[in-house]
Design a protein around this ligand. Structure first.
Ligand code: HEM
Length: 211
């Protein structure tokens, strides 16, 4: 295996470990502070947003860098399918949070902007690259914007999730019946940032690009 492939897979594996541990920590906290079902809409919101907007979106943007041995069309389909999963879970997460309240925090405002940009990116990506699909020249012109847009939207989702984790901490005294979950939330926040930073490094490093 050449040097750049070893570096690429190392970054990917550390990113995945961070993202998965953060996901398990969040599931553990939410299960200790009520349950992840419709009787606790804030928990449904936190789980679905983290799983969709952060974890799945990170996987979807990494796909082109790690599945270099797989046919490009199949990777494209996977990229779209995983992003569609992220879209569905985010819609469920938004419905859950708005069932509960219609007030806005900093987390909520940045989150809504992120969701709108993500939805726009999804629709533009679908129509440009999948169906009905632009001609070769126009697709090549749209691609650099799609790439930068994707990295920016994913970074915004990571920032939003960290703000959400912090918001959850302030609710936790009530939700967790005085159980102290702040250490797990701090660890989840730091690992989420690490997942975000490593995934962006993976997609933005020129040497990691598929030839
Ligand atoms: C990354 C994607 C996320 C997006 C786009 C997002 C978006 C939103 C929106 C639009 C609201 C409603 C407005 C508001 O009450 O401020 C909200 C509320 C809330 N979210 Fe999220 N959220 C995300 C992730 C998370 C995560 C990972 C957690 C916790 C682990 C979380 C915890 C909360 C809490 C506790 C509220 C209640 C209101 C508050 O912030 O004070 N969110 N979110």
């Amino acid at each position: 295996m050449e040097g750049s492939a070893i570096a690429r897979y190392t970054v990917f594996i550390i990113a995945q470990c961070s993202g998965l541990i953060a996901l398990f920590l969040i599931i553990a906290v939410l299960s200790n502070c009520g349950s992840i079902d419709w009787s606790s809409t804030i928990n449904v919101h936190a789980f679905c947003m983290f799983f969709g907007m952060v974890y799945l979106q990170g996987l979807a943007i990494s796909a082109f860098r790690v599945l270099t041995f797989v046919d490009r069309l199949i990777v494209k389909m996977l990229h779209m399918a995983v992003n569609s999963g992220a879209m569905i879970t985010s819609v469920v997460a938004l419905i859950a949070v708005f069932e509960r309240s219609r007030t806005f925090s900093l987390h909520g405002v940045i989150g809504l902007i992120t969701f709108i940009l993500f939805a726009l990116q999804w629709f533009i990506g679908f129509f440009s690259f999948l169906y009905p699909k632009l001609d070769d020249e126009k697709r090549a012109a749209v691609m650099p914007y799609h790439r930068v847009g994707g990295a920016v939207i994913f970074s915004l989702a990571v920032v939003t999730a960290v703000l959400g984790i912090s918001s959850f901490n302030s609710f936790s005294k009530v939700l967790c019946l005085l159980r102290d979950v702040s250490d797990q939330l701090i660890a989840a926040g730091v690992l989420t940032l690490l997942y975000g930073i490593l995934s962006v490094i993976l997609v933005q490093t020129k040497g990691f690009k598929r030839r």
